[in-house]
Design a binder for this molecule. Structure first.
Ligand code: FES
Ligand code: FE2
Length: 386
């Protein structure tokens, strides 16, 4: 029958003999909770994009794995992430996306915080007419800030505070895509969309990693970018994905194309790469645009995919941007039935995690190996602390 929860050894075998993660990793709320801590809180996870809060004062409440967070651009233009609660009685501070004019005021007893999180006023805290009290030390009562970092416009957070600095933890991918470390512009309202999917967030990662399914699931894409035009990308412990050698630029009605990123090397004339940066962000780069998909895990079998498209120039043709969004939306929608179908499949009690094609599935195995390793380490840590 199903494997023991703790038995992840076969997942960590070489791809030729490895099995996939046990069903519990997709359907058991207790394992979802373990993965929340071991994978999503302990590492740098994607929360949102900086373009969600374009102007100073813009604030957006986001619930991340049950945690109420506030994404905020402070008055100096820096993006910050706070726990979205007041330090007085724990009231939620911001309920809807809005512009903060001046300070963030708690609706309950009116304590106010600056956009940098400092507690700046505490009306009547020392009794009527007394706005201070010696035991209420404002310097110690600022909003709780969550460690964050922006890269490729994605707002990454490390909830535990224990991960390596982002640029060290992800040095390899940053170096691989160094040529794309240049200004990028969100395409605006028609360059973003959300896809709610009835699946575990990991299945969205696993499906994104591999090109094996292309001929059957993406016949349109496959008509010019065939299986044999793809290569695997694998960095154990960090990311995996695939690249294509035949990227074709989108053309407008008069043959016009999007501008290129500046100074790209020749490789990128034809290549494009698609990488899942563990745990939950799916990235794609091309000579003339990029995209980021933030996977927001909601429950064992529910995930929201937040898709954002970017261009190397501020001004691009809106009709072409819409067309590009529509093309990608179609591709990502084509994937929904498989990630949902695999999720349903995880309720089959005799499923043993499945087997991998040693040639075609190694990027997916690379992800499973990472998940299993992190979960094992987390469990060992918990046990040691008992
Ligand atoms: S809970 Fe915020 S001021 Fe009291
Ligand atoms: Fe796909």
């Amino acid at each position: 029958m199903t494997k023991q929860l703790s038995d992840l050894s076969s997942v960590r075998n070489p791809v030729e003999t490895a099995q996939g993660l046990p069903n519990a990793h997709y359907i058991d709320p207790a394992v979802f909770d373990v993965e929340k801590h071991a994978l999503l809180f302990a590492e740098w996870a994607g929360l949102a994009v900086a373009a969600d809060v374009p102007e100073p004062g813009d604030a957006k409440p986001i619930e991340f794995l049950g945690m109420p967070l506030l994404l905020l651009r402070d008055k100096d233009g820096d993006v910050r992430v706070f726990q979205n609660i007041c330090r007085h009685r724990g009231m939620i501070l911001v309920e809807e996306p809005r512009k903060i004019e001046g300070a963030i005021r708690c609706a309950y007893h009116s304590w106010c915080y600056s956009t940098k999180g400092a507690l700046v006023s505490t009306p009547h805290v020392g009794g009527p007419g007394h706005n201070t009290h010696e035991s209420i030390k404002r310097d110690d009562l600022g909003l709780t800030e969550i460690r964050s970092h922006i890269w490729q416009d994605v707002v990454w957070i490390n909830v535990s505070g224990t991960a390596l600095p982002f640029e060290d933890a992800n040095a390899d991918l940053i170096a691989r895509w160094k040529e794309f470390d240049q200004p990028m512009y969100h395409g605006g309202d028609y360059s973003k969309f959300e896809l709610p999917v009835q699946t575990n967030w990991k299945l969205a990662v696993e499906n994104y990693c591999e090109s094996y399914h292309l001929p059957w699931v993406h016949p349109g894409l496959n008509s010019y970018s065939r299986l044999e035009d793809h290569y695997h990308i694998e960095k154990p412990g960090q990311y995996s994905g695939q690249g294509t050698l035949v990227y074709r630029q989108l053309k407008g009605d008069e043959g016009q194309v999007f501008p290129d990123y500046a100074g790209l090397s020749e490789k990128w004339n034809e290549a494009a790469e698609y990488v899942a940066l563990y745990p939950n962000v799916l990235l794609g780069v091309h000579r003339d645009h990029a995209f980021a998909i933030i996977l927001q895990p909601i429950a064992t079998d529910r995930t929201v995919e937040h898709v954002h498209l970017y261009y190397p120039a501020k001004e691009t043709d809106p009709a072409m941007r819409s067309k590009n969004t529509a093309l990608w939306k179609l591709v990502f929608e084509e994937d929904i039935f498989v990630v949902q179908g695999m999720q349903k499949g995880r309720h089959a009690p005799y499923f043993d995690g499945g087997r991998f094609s040693p040639v075609m599935d190694s990027p997916t195995h690379c992800f499973h190996d990472w998940v299993a390793g992190r979960v094992e380490a987390y469990r060992a840590q918990q046990k040691a602390a008992e």
